[in-house]
Design a protein around this ligand. Structure first.
Ligand SMILES: NC(=O)c1ccc[n+]([C@@H]2O[C@H](COP(=O)([O-])OP(=O)(O)OC[C@H]3O[C@@H](n4cnc5c(N)ncnc54)[C@H](OP(=O)(O)O)[C@@H]3O)[C@@H](O)[C@H]2O)c1
Length: 325
């Protein structure tokens, strides 16, 4: 009769014999080597793709857009930075031109100032953007505003303003720049959506609606232009530590003006910008950049919608109670 301890040590010896006497170890190292080589090739292709590419970034004056400007500039892209605030754009251009934190050849960015909610201004800006370097390789639709409020308290003007900034503005700019990409049979359109483009959470109706519309529009576009060699990437981040909640619009159209706890605890915009750069470099089609809880929310909404709706209703009750107390 063999004791359990002897059996365990016999098993250990047999396992070691298997590992050392067969082709397992060489096979393991071979797989790791192939994987490492694959990642290196992927990284080199992404770098080559971005180096010298003409990249347009909307909402470059603040938060994620500003950090995207830094990482794409450092990757050697030729930038066209867009926003409404001329001074902020000029300051960023100076900062980028003065930075030498990269071995890659960098290029002095151009700036184009316009308001995304003004269709006439978007059309004029698109022509100006194209004139900067003669064409556009990558358009990053990043600019956006958030919203805080209850559906029944919110004026339709507020709903429209959020949709104009987050949906119609990017759609108009994309439509204006797409013909140039189609002519060259080369281009990449990126939409910065949100986890709220996949799930609706209470007191964010206008924002979530605008991001759901964004996701759907760019999913449709991706299918339509794939045969023309145009890439479409939709990126859905969770909370990012930016001024998004501070700049958010409320039910009556006034500025929310406060940093929400969730936003304050969000990822750093620099980290998210690096993830955006990687996703664009790898030409990924759809990326969720979120922690476990929001990612679970997306799966729950699809696989157990009843439970998801109950959780959201409970969250709404809690938020209303906290607000009323
Ligand atoms: N922060 C988050 O938790 C979070 C999470 C998921 C997704 N996102 C998305 O990330 C993107 C960037 O937001 P952020 O977090 O970086 O917020 P942010 O710091 O408030 O930046 C928003 C940017 O959008 C621009 N913008 C706003 N309204 C505009 C308009 N009408 N016309 C032109 N530009 C306008 C702003 O430029 P001005 O200087 O002109 O105001 C600013 O550069 C947004 O699409 C947002 O929905 C953010």
């Amino acid at each position: 009769m063999v004791s359990p301890a002897t059996r365990r040590s016999l098993l250990r010896v047999r396992a070691m014999d298997f590992l050392t006497s067969t082709a397992i170890l060489p096979l393991l190292f071979g797989c790791l080597g192939i994987f490492g080589l694959f990642r290196l090739l992927q990284w080199m292709r992404a770098r080559a793709y971005l180096r010298g590419a003409v990249v347009v970034i909307t909402g470059a004056t603040s938060g994620l857009g500003r950090e995207c400007a830094k990482v794409f500039h450092a990757a050697g892209a030729k930038l066209v930075l867009c926003g409404r605030n001329v001074e902020a754009l000029e300051e960023l251009t100076k900062e980028l031109s003065a930075s030498h934190a990269t071995k890659v050849q960098t290029h002095k960015p151009h700036t184009v100032t316009f308001d995304l909610t003004d269709p006439g201004a978007v059309a004029t800006a698109a022509a100006e953007i194209t004139r900067c370097f003669g064409h556009v390789d990558i358009l990053i639709n990043n600019a956006g505003i958030s919203y805080r409020g209850a559906v029944q308290d919110t004026t339709l003007d507020v709903d429209k303003r959020v949709m104009e900034t987050n949906y119609f503005g990017p759609v108009a700019l994309t439509k204006a720049l797409l013909p140039g990409m189609l002519r060259r049979r080369q281009g990449h359109v990126v939409a910065i959506s949100s986890v709220q483009g996949r799930i609706g959470i209470p007191f964010r109706s206008a924002y979530a609606a605008s991001k759901h519309a964004t996701q759907a529009f760019f999913d449709c576009l991706r299918a339509e232009v794939e045969q023309d060699e145009i890439e479409v990437t939709v990126i859905s981040p969770g909370y990012i530590h930016t001024n998004l909640s501070v700049n958010a619009v409320t039910a009556d159209g006034s500025r929310y003006g406060a940093m929400d706890q969730n936003t304050a605890q969000g990822r750093s915009p620099a980290e998210v910008a690096r993830a955006v750069l990687a996703a664009v470099g790898r030409k990924q089609k759809d990326v969720v950049l979120a922690d476990l809880q929001p990612s679970l929310g997306i799966y729950l909404r699809t696989l157990a919608p009843g439970l998801f709706f109950r959780l959201m209703a409970s969250r709404a009750r809690k938020e209303r109670k906290a607000k009323d107390s």
